[in-house]
Write a protein that binds this ligand. Structure first.
Ligand SMILES: [Ca+2]
Ligand SMILES: [Ca+2]
Length: 188
């Protein structure tokens, strides 16, 4: 009898552990944005807005940019992109973005998820190369708590001279994007 009961007890005790380490992520191209407001622009290898130079190495040869010199708040409060994502599971998420920063006055966005209060994204010191950065930065900080289903991520103009290539929301704390990442919804 004892041998038959034990496995049942083990399975029940493991459940909270599994939930706490929920995985899953959604990865999209920034240029899949459903709404792009000037001076945020779409840049593709074949169609580069005047005054801009195409930055090679972007996934799918396309990205979003706020060109250097167009101005930023408070002088120019405009410029945004809204991206829709389908979150695979309820969970605590890290936002990862593949970005290109021109310089220390072009290394951040203001980001909003749905109607959440806006937060500062970026301000790292890696310039003139495509690289991945995350929010929240510290693993101890409060992650983004999201429900399964559709959500919008809005990138707002905070500094000009910034580009955005890919966007990932990941519930897996151990997931770290490397180069151009596969697009899609991953449940493990
Ligand atoms: Ca700038
Ligand atoms: Ca891209």
């Amino acid at each position: 009898m004892r041998a038959m009961i034990m496995p049942v007890i083990t399975a029940v005790t493991l459940l909270p552990y599994v939930t706490a380490f929920a995985k899953g992520r959604v990865a999209v191209e920034a240029e899949s944005a459903v709404k792009i407001e000037s001076p945020m622009v779409l840049v593709t290898k074949d169609k580069v807005p005047s005054g801009l130079k195409f930055i090679p190495g972007a996934s799918a040869d396309a990205y979003l940019a706020i060109p250097q010199g167009v101005g930023n708040p408070p002088d120019n409060p405009n410029g945004s992109a809204t991206i829709e994502v389908d979150v695979p599971t309820d969970g605590n998420y890290t936002l990862w973005c593949r970005v290109w920063w021109d310089d220390e006055c072009g290394n951040s966005f203001t980001v909003k998820i749905d109607d959440s209060p806006p937060f500062l994204f970026g301000e790292d010191a890696t310039f003139k190369t495509w690289h991945w950065i995350r929010y929240p930065v510290a693993r101890t900080a409060k992650p983004l708590s999201l429900t399964k289903g559709k959500h919008t991520i809005t990138f707002l103009n905070r500094e000009d001279g910034v580009s955005l290539d890919q966007v990932i929301l990941s519930a897996d704390k151990r997931f770290v994007p490397v180069d151009c990442e596969k697009i899609g919804i991953f449940t493990k």
